[in-house]
Design a protein around this ligand. Structure first.
Ligand SMILES: [Zn+2]
Ligand SMILES: [Zn+2]
Ligand SMILES: [Zn+2]
Length: 339
């Protein structure tokens, strides 16, 4: 379900040797993807255990490339020096938040090596509870706000005395008709998508200085934890309490820049964009979009962000649009035989 190629693809290959498929086509799997696979390592395969024993191959191991010299057993992780993951840099039995700051130089590499295990951040059960959010909580908290504020904006635009530029000149100010509301709302959504890109790239992916314990801790709290454990379902969306601080800040900025109802209309569009973004992000991690759909492409794109290009690209989540002008688009793989 988590694999970008879909569950079916994995089921069809159950019990077979996938070493060739891992190198592609259609795509070459990243070092992180291979490391990820090691987590599901169950045991070694004896030559006799194979479900469909290939004729005339037993004992020679031709083409598998995973035969171990000497004992003739097949190993899922034959390319590696280790089958058991090496000792982790942190103690997973203890809360992680106060440990990561000590990683210093090693933090950046560590945090970008995803694992499939839930994260415990705090000692306190209460703080731990506050740091987790189910996806529908975001939907339930913000959708009523979007609907209510849309209604407020629309009805006050309908009174017909909203004018643009009225603070500079009364003669040439432009009246804002109530039918403009959908367009202003849409403008808000577009602005959100830009903001989503900028925050993700420049705030969430700002590399904390290795010597600063507190900035590393902050980075882990904001986004690092999601890269360390991308499939921790309770930590995929933003908790409403810190979110409302951010949202309040942007509301204040818009109110300062635009006449009141206009500012509110742009704001409510942006808020709607945020809710869609958080829901989509959750879906990209947990949903199984149909092959060929927009979301299927986005899922593969976002998985690349997590496993391969964490620092260099694929920052767009609900749309790839802003990756174009900022030149961070990771192109579809054109598979090369060499390398
Ligand atoms: Zn794959
Ligand atoms: Zn993600
Ligand atoms: Zn990221």
């Amino acid at each position: 379900r988590l694999h970008p190629g879909g569950e079916q693809l994995l089921r069809r290959r159950a019990g077979t040797d996938v070493s060739a498929a891992l190198d592609g086509p259609p795509h070459r799997h990243s070092a992180n993807a291979r490391r990820w696979l090691e987590q599901y390592y169950v045991g070694e395969l004896e030559p006799g255990d194979e479900q469909v024993p290939p004729r005339g191959r037993t004992g020679t191991g031709v083409g598998t490339g995973v035969e171990r010299p000497g004992d003739g057993t097949y190993s899922l992780c034959g390319h590696y020096n280790h089958c058991v993951p090496p000792q982790d840099l942190v103690d997973w039995q203890k809360p992680l938040l106060w440990q990561v700051g000590y990683l210093g130089e090693k933090y950046d590499e560590w945090v970008h090596q995803p694992v499939d295990r839930p994260i415990r951040l705090f000692h306190s059960d209460f703080l731990e509870f506050l740091s987790k959010t189910a996806w529908y909580v975001v939907f339930m908290v913000w959708t009523p706000v979007v609907l209510y504020l849309s209604w407020v904006s629309y009805t006050s635009l309908a009174q017909g005395n909203t004018r643009l530029f009225s603070s500079f000149t009364t003669e040439y100010s432009i009246p804002v008709h109530k039918y403009y509301f959908p367009f202003i709302f849409l403008l808000g959504m577009v602005l959100w998508s830009l903001l989503e890109y900028l925050i993700h790239r420049f705030v969430f992916h700002m590399k904390p200085p290795a010597s600063n314990y507190y900035l590393i801790t902050l980075h882990f709290l904001l986004h690092g934890q999601h890269h360390k454990s991308p499939f921790d379902s309770s930590r995929l969306v933003f908790p409403p309490v810190p979110a409302s601080l951010m949202i309040g800040f942007f509301y204040g900025v818009l109110r300062l820049l635009l006449p009141e109802v206009l500012g509110l209309s742009v704001f409510v569009g942006g808020l709607c964009g945020y809710v869609i973004y958080d829901m989509m992000h959750y879906y990209l991690h947990y949903g199984s979009p149909k092959k060929g759909t927009y979301l299927y492409g986005l899922k593969a794109y976002h998985v690349k962000h997590h496993f391969e290009h964490q620092k260099s690209g694929s920052f767009g989540i609900s749309t790839r649009f802003w990756d174009y002008p900022f030149r961070t688009l990771i192109p579809e793989e054109t598979f090369k035989k060499e390398d």
